[in-house]
Write a protein that binds this ligand. Structure first.
Ligand code: SF4
Length: 362
């Protein structure tokens, strides 16, 4: 994994004096710091850059958030999995050609919220308010959960905040291999560390700065040995000449180092994106070929592969995972009831739980 250096720290004057701000600044010696009253001057700095999105990934904004927890918006018409997101950090130092944040975050710099006590209070109230059943929450929606963890150690704060809350599962989702802080603390049974995976050729071509496949899997193997649960996300699955062989190899690589029993869930989601992402991604990644496949505009407005292609991808990945007895861990991310139904009909092999699409809700 290769993180680009932080060019400048922008310090929100409201949090100038907090202990966590001081700790963060101590870990960034030599990086210029400018005190600001809000985000406007930071974004103005990027305005004349030839690549404002890329530039935003090299600036760190230390600030506070008004609120942190919200239900995952999923996508209209899809089977939601009841996930909740925790927006502790915003933006990501990595640079994936398909990343929706390029368009969605509107030049937001790497943003770290230091008012963790507010988050702690929000979590405590959430734990008390939510009715029975397992509820999953995670920080990987608007950021990579671990990419900046060497700096923030957010993972340590979060694991401790969730410890003992057995009904509430924390997911930290990443494409990095930054696990040092997590190895320095006692694991917790309700914490799942998960990695998004793609074949090595895709990682090299489309996921700039991220850890290689081998590094991600080694990191996953280490946290399993330490006692954590793990999850994997095949998301976005890409359809291209040779995809089957590449994904078959990828699945085999996982099970060389991770036992199926250590895996809590595996999600499958094929490439999807809003039309507004296309011009941004094409300009920023002219060499990428992933947008040259056939797409349809789905009812909710996003581009997706045609349904037979999506089903083919899910079915084949499902069969590959079934070869390692991991079929019961699978769920589909942002897919319609119809696709779910067809998928479940096709992947019957060994699957115990047909009634609930989400095993952790059983
Ligand atoms: S790792 Fe995730 S959040 Fe970061 S650039 Fe890639 S897709 Fe976006």
């Amino acid at each position: 994994m290769t993180l680009q250096p932080i060019k400048k720290v922008w310090l929100d004057e409201r949090v100038e004096k907090t202990a966590l701000t001081r700790r963060l600044l101590d870990r960034l010696p030599g990086v210029p710091v400018e005190l600001v009253a809000g985000l406007d001057p930071v974004k103005r700095e990027f305005r004349f850059s030839p690549d404002p999105v890329g530039e935003s990934k090299q600036h760190l904004f230390i600030t506070e958030q008004k609120s942190f927890i919200r239900p995952c918006p999923c996508t209209p018409g899809s089977v939601g999995c009841g996930y909740w997101t925790i927006d502790l950090d915003l933006n990501c130092p990595f640079d994936c050609s398909y990343c929706i944040l390029q368009q969605y975050l509107n030049w937001q710099p790497l943003t770290v919220a230091v008012n963790r006590e507010k988050l702690r209070a929000e979590l405590e109230s959430f734990f008390q308010r939510q009715p029975g059943g397992i509820i999953r929450l995670g920080t990987g929606e608007l950021a990579d959960s671990l990419a900046l963890d060497g700096l923030t150690e957010n993972s340590v704060f979060l694991v401790e905040a969730f410890r003992g809350q057995d009904r509430f599962w924390l997911e930290l989702k990443s494409k990095s291999d930054c696990i040092r802080p997590l190895l320095e603390i006692r694991p917790s049974d309700n914490v799942v560390l998960s990695w998004s995976l793609n074949p090595e050729a895709i990682i090299g071509a489309e996921e700039k700065g991220t850890a290689s496949l081998g590094e991600r899997l080694q990191a996953a193997a280490k946290v399993v040995r330490h006692g954590y649960r793990v999850g994997f996300h095949f998301d976005p699955i890409l359809h291209y000449p040779g995809w089957h062989t590449d994904y078959e190899r990828l699945v085999a690589e996982i099970f060389k180092v991770i036992p199926a029993e250590a895996i809590t869930w595996v999600s499958l989601g094929s490439l999807r994106f809003p039309p507004a992402l296309l011009p941004v991604a094409r300009r920023r990644f002219p060499g990428s070929r992933i947008y040259e496949q056939e797409f349809i505009r789905s009812a909710e407005g996003k581009y997706r592969y045609p349904r037979p292609v999506r089903l083919l991808l899910y079915r084949e990945l499902g069969e590959m995972l079934a070869d390692y007895r991991a079929e019961d861990k699978i769920y589909l991310c942002m897919e319609s009831v119809e696709v779910w139904r067809e998928f479940l009909e096709k992947i019957k092999r060994g699957r115990r739980n047909f009634a609930s699409p989400f095993p952790w809700q059983g």
